[in-house]
Design a protein around this ligand. Sequence first.
Ligand code: ZDP
Length: 288
Amino acid sequence: MKSLEFVKAHGIGNDFIILDGLHNSFSEFDLSSLAVCLCERHFGIGADGLILVLPSECADYRMRIINSDGSEAEMCGNGIRCFANYLYTRGLAGNFISVETLAGIKDVQVSKSQDQLLFTVNMGAPILEAVDIPVAGYVGKVINQSLNVHGVVYDITCVSMGNPHCVIFVQDKPVDEIALSDVGPKIEMHSAFPKKTNVEFVEILSKHELKVRVWERGAGITLACGTGACASVVAGVLNGYVERQATVHLPGGALYIDWRDDGDVYMTGPAKEVFVGKLNLETVCSKG
Ligand code: ZDP
């Protein structure tokens, strides 16, 4: 394969390269190194992750998400909205789309508000037992427990949305003053997280509003994280800080999260396609 069409999309600034695996086979590629190469912001296209659109035996379609460091994630909130937008705008799906992921089948509903497409995703029930997230060294739920990070102790609440999240509520200063690129990787790689973790620093604005900054596993600082927004609201409810319906403000935009009585978390937000391009596979990522 000499050239390859791709789509560049984002969910409130969390950006992805989308590749069509319905009409192309990627068996000749090592997806991990392809993701590293294409997500590189200078020698490649530049993105937080690579998404493959694939057929599925058990749902309408299957989504794979590879982080910019080449690691594969179980689920992604902003990515699945971009995935649904890709299918819906090409007439490949209707208003209800079921998507197979490594974290199970997720249902997406497409709606319109003020001429903008909105995507409501049933993100499933949050996973709270330490052994299932996984978090090592803790028993049961990890709610407002201490974690020593290179001599600094943080109060953490851990939640999995199919992928692991470590949520820290900031009480004494604005969340913008957190040295995220310093503490983020230290927590991501901490021995308490055998599968590493995404890290959210959260400022409570009101019972229905949170301000969140995220250090993503396998991607670093991003403008937004959908699973992270869900994990932040769940952690906020478990600590009695917020109600089950809340708006999460991230650097790239806002998401509406609803932890419903059926136990599942529903995330609503936009998705945008920015451009379609053609990759020259012979030259992309070659240095010099
Ligand atoms: O769990 C992980 O490794 C995440 N970095 C995956 C990507 C998550 C995403 N940012 C989201 O919105 O949930 C796409």
